[in-house]
Design a protein around this ligand. Structure first.
Ligand code: GLN
Length: 279
């Protein structure tokens, strides 16, 4: 089979489960299986491809059983970076890119800003911010395995001198021992209410529940953060949270207890996705 025929075969095999994303996913699988980038692939589509049928069949089988593509090929793209992912962390979502945009906008004229990213997972937000601003980013996660992936991503993107990943349970007393002050604190914490976890898609349920479950009402982390983060900010510093599309009212109520100035913003699908807080 030629490269073109191989891609067509993968796309057709995935059509039923991936629908309009089948072509995109087929290309990602081709890139992974043949070790060529997008451009190299586009130049050889008419050529005969080496036989990788058993590997391809195994990928199609796993994908059809509901495993996210990013876990199967171990990679995903986020904010122009190619990142490693595994089932130790959430696959970075396109929706989360707006959080990075807001952070970059706030940091754009600042020299050597100090940034803290909490619940970093794959390190996606920390790395996108480090790559696009003059800042040093500290990033925390409770999971040792997630921190390993984040560190691998820092090396893979040549950003290891601008980010510093550490294991920390932000709900524990260890978090209170941090004395450093930051210009910007960002977090995309787990925010799905526990009772809603069982209704998530099978694909999302393959991701670590600890990265999704935000406690009974989904707000456990935000409560903790609103209590503790203001003391960790430099003067004029800001906080940015990703929030669920239906959490605007809950956040409004939480923030109003403190009287902080704040502004909600939308993702590319026009859902509420985040809030910037001025303390
Ligand atoms: N936005 C994620 C989802 O849709 C949830 C991420 C989170 O809890 N931080 O699955």
């Amino acid at each position: 089979m030629t490269y073109f025929e191989t891609k067509k075969y993968i796309k057709e095999s995935l059509l039923q489960i991936c629908k309009e994303y089948a072509d995109y996913e087929a290309e990602k699988i081709m890139i992974s299986v043949f070790g060529k980038d997008r451009k190299e692939l586009s130049l050889c589509y008419r050529e005969e491809a080496p036989d990788r049928s058993s590997e391809i069949e195994a990928i199609i089988k796993r994908r059809k059983s509901g495993a996210p593509l990013s876990y199967i090929i171990g990679k995903t793209d986020f904010f122009g970076l190619s990142l490693n992912v595994s089932n130790a962390c959430l696959t970075p979502r396109a929706d989360t890119e707006v959080i990075c945009e807001k952070a970059i906008e706030f940091l754009k004229n600042k020299k050597c800003a100090d940034v803290l990213d909490i619940c970093t997972g794959s390190g996606c937000i920390a790395l996108a911010v480090a790559a696009n601003t003059d800042s040093l980013v500290d990033a925390l996660d409770i999971s040792e395995k997630a921190i390993e992936i984040a560190e691998k991503n820092a090396k893979g993107t040549f950003l290891q001198d601008k980010v510093n990943f550490s294991i920390c349970d932000v709900l524990s007393d260890d978090f209170l021992k941090i004395t450093k002050k930051y210009d910007l604190i960002i977090s995309n914490p787990p925010y799905i209410p526990t009772k809603d976890i069982e209704n998530l898609s099978e694909e999302v349920k393959k991701e670590p529940i600890s990265a999704l479950d935000g406690g009974e009402d989904g707000l456990v982390f935000y409560r903790r953060f609103l209590e503790t983060l203001p003391n960790m900010l430099k003067k004029g510093g800001k906080i940015i949270f990703e929030i669920g599309y239906d959490q605007k009212e809950d956040m409004e109520n939480l923030i109003s207890k403190y009287g902080y100035k704040h502004e909600f913003f939308y993702d590319y699908s026009k859902n509420i996705r985040g809030v910037i807080i001025d303390v």
